[in-house]
Design a protein around this ligand. Structure first.
Ligand SMILES: *Cc1c(COP(=O)(O)O)cnc(C)c1O
Length: 458
């Protein structure tokens, strides 16, 4: 593989060549739970991590999955990647590879609702403390929460659903210089085509591959990418997993054996957390992920062009109170977005609809082309009302902190024709305006006839 290949080439060719066994051009689905050892010596070498190239058991590694991992590592400019069964599993194991009971994470509060649940509900059950930062681009806001037990900083490059863009270089510096811990970035909304967190100083990148990387809404998956740059040797007492003797693979630590290759973190993640907790992806899903990766940049360019057209339409609409998109003219992180996202700010667009909850519901129900569902990053355009669905687990205060108002609608702009999307949104506004008039108590207005809800399932 050539490291100076452009993105469009890497997404097709990195990490895979014609199948050595059959000469199949496309990486086959190796739907096998286990793989035979060549000899008892090779079996022993595999268990001792002396042989990292072979395959033994698909809970730990698999040839189809490995091709996707190598390709994503190349796209993110990391040293290694580990694919797992979901984005949630990726965030979980990425952080648990740094933390244990008594540890502490500082995280942005403008993150995916499932991540908030993980941080605020599951981690406390494990004895892991979490501090949330609201003013995410203020280095002092992060610095203030650092404790002797802090082991990770966590944030999204582009926040879901409000589009908050993290000033990765500034916050990476606080993580490294003031806290001595890695910065873990969820790069799901940006994708490596728009932003490579590692280039800007992040140490670990996670994705829900369910979204743009696979791109077709067919399979749940996640991945953790190791930049290979964080110096886990500087404070060995902080990282007992990398320096300790709990290795079970000979008596040298992960850091001693693999630190110089920049793969100690990723290899420990695979051979302890994924091995022992077990969130392995299926080879079939890895195959679908590979198909998606091949067109990533083409799709993202169209997502961005369509999203920009929709943002312009929404800005001009009288029933829109506020548009949330990283490069919107009133977005607080607009300058950071321009600096870090020169190719565009992705396909997720949220907006506050006048009329609140009822208007938002009528809007969603009337759309015909946008599918009403809880996903993003599909080639199909999608819509959801976060306050009553994906974020309904959050309290009003948490919703407010995450910037989610009662009338907020989240759109995931697909790759269809922009004109068709805008026409569908016009239908939504017409329906929401009708609701607003219906609940308007003005007595002398004749009440409009209510049409049957036209709900379709594209
Ligand atoms: C969807 C999503 C996740 C969770 O991923 P799953 O694949 O659904 O488990 C994590 N982070 C972000 C930003 C997401 O959009």
């Amino acid at each position: 593989m050539t490291t100076d290949w452009g993105f469009d080439t890497l997404q097709i060719h990195a990490g895979a060549s014609p199948d050595p066994a059959t000469r199949a051009r496309v990486t086959p689905i190796y739907q096998s739970a286990s793989f035979t050892y060549e000899s008892t010596d090779q079996a022993a070498a595999s268990f001792l991590l002396d042989d990292l190239d072979g395959f033994a058991y698909s809970r730990i590694s698999n040839p189809t999955t490995a091709a996707a991992e190598r390709r994503i590592a190349a796209l993110e400019k990391g040293t290694a990647a580990v694919a797992v069964a979901s984005g949630q599993a990726a965030t979980t194991v990425a952080l648990l590879n740094l933390l244990r009971a008594g540890g502490h994470v500082v995280a942005s509060d403008q993150v995916y609702g499932g991540t908030t649940n993980l941080l605020l509900q599951r981690f406390p059950e494990l004895g892991i403390d979490v501090s949330l930062v609201s003013d995410i681009n203020n280095p002092d806001a992060w610095r203030r929460h650092i404790r002797p037990t802090t082991r990770a900083f966590f944030a999204e490059s582009i926040g879901n659903p409000t589009g908050a863009v993290l000033d990765i270089p500034a916050i990476a510096e606080v993580a490294h210089r003031d806290a001595g811990v890695p910065l873990v970035i969820d790069n799901t909304l940006a994708t490596p085509y728009l932003l490579r967190p590692i280039v800007h100083g992040a140490d670990i990148v996670v994705h829900s591959t369910t979204k743009y990387l696979a791109g077709h809404g067919t399979s749940i998956g996640g991945v953790v990418v190791d930049a290979g740059t964080f110096d886990f040797g500087a404070d060995p007492h902080k990282w007992p997993g990398l320096h300790g003797a709990d290795v079970g693979h000979g008596d040298r630590s992960y850091w001693e054996r693999f630190g110089a290759d920049g793969i100690a973190y990723a290899l420990r993640l695979r051979t302890t957390l994924v091995r022992d907790y077990g969130p392995a992806p299926s080879p079939f899903n890895s195959f679908l992920l590979l198909q998606g990766l091949e067109t990533l940049s083409l799709r993202v360019r169209q997502h961005v062009a369509n999203a920009e057209a929709v943002v312009a339409f929404l800005h001009a609409h009288p029933l829109v109170e506020r548009v949330h998109y990283p490069t919107a003219h009133d977005a607080p992180w607009r300058d950071i977005a321009r600096r870090l996202l020169p190719r565009g700010a992705g396909g997720v667009v949220s907006f506050d609809l006048a009329g609140g909850r009822d208007a938002a519901r009528a809007f969603v129900e009337s759309l015909e082309l946008f599918s009403h569902l809880a996903n993003i990053g599909d080639v199909r355009s999608l819509v959801i009302h976060p306050a009553s669905t994906v974020n309904s687990g959050l309290t009003d205060e948490q919703l407010h902190r995450a910037g989610i108002g009662p009338g907020l609608l989240r759109l995931s702009i697909g790759t269809e024709s922009a004109d068709d999307l805008i026409r569908d949104l016009e239908r939504g506004f017409a329906a929401s305006a009708l609701t607003a008039r219906r609940i308007d108590p003005t007595p002398d207005l004749p009440s409009p006839t209510t049409p049957e809800p036209t709900r379709s399932q594209p």
